[in-house]
Ligand binder design. Sequence first.
Ligand code: PMP
Length: 307
Amino acid sequence: MKDTRSFPFAFFEGNIVPIETAKVNIMTNALQYGNAIFGGIRGYTSSDKKHTYIFRLEDHYKRFLNSLKILNKSIRYDLGQLMHTTLELVRKNQPKTDYYLRPFAYGSDFFLSPDLAPLTFEFALYMIPLGEYLSITKGLKLAISNWVRINDNMIPSRAKISGGYINSSLARGDAANLGYDDALLMSADGHIAEGSGANFFIVRDGVLVTPPKYGDVLEGMTRRTILQLAHDLDIPTEERNIDRTEVYIADEAFLTGTGAQVAWVAEVDGRKIGTGKMGPITEKINKLFFSLVRGKQKKYSDWLTKV
Ligand code: PMP
């Protein structure tokens, strides 16, 4: 099992408190109905280990607040306060390793109905040490799931809604039971959408391709980052639908996400992707990504918050 023990302090009900006291009642509406939204943000240690860099902090909280807006809900903190609280918590926990921050806004009332209108949302934040979430070295084996990705008029994938993650859980769980590392989900119209917790890219004939923002995917921060890096590296990109069989004949493929980082894919549905080794475009992007998140690329320092 991965080490998921938290750092000692969390932000809960307006204060920084010991994590073991950050507890909710079993009657909490979010717990019953999935009425909650969350984020996931990484902190990376600098190469000299003297401090850490939080990756795209402001952008992550903008998406967090947009997820709430889609639910037509709000919390008592604005963007600036959320960022400030995050820095306070990181300083208090004094991380010496890479970490993952989990901001969470949840329906905290106890009433008995899945009714968003009267529901009050509370904000909480905790952090855990996190190395690899998916292997970034061995080459993933994926299966295309027969669970269909939730769509925008069902549970919007664009918002990071807790209840929607049952869709990911089913796909990932079944893939794992069959011996795969993760699942790829298709949208209702039969195109590739994304992984259970990551966006998906393929390379065909030198072009980097990923499903569009309107393809029932989460608008991933890493996805946005990779598209920018490809642009800067003069790698042509396309945001368009990807057919299942295009994946089978792709030259390269990888998943991206805060947890996943850039995780290359060796095999999908038993078909080897390209040579079955990490491809040259993936490698180029990979190198730049892992060096910039540790503050080694001045050009991208605007994406980093030093703590
Ligand atoms: N899609 C899904 C379903 C996810 O859960 C995640 C992880 N947040 C991503 C994509 C990647 O998004 P990001 O790069 O912002 O972490």
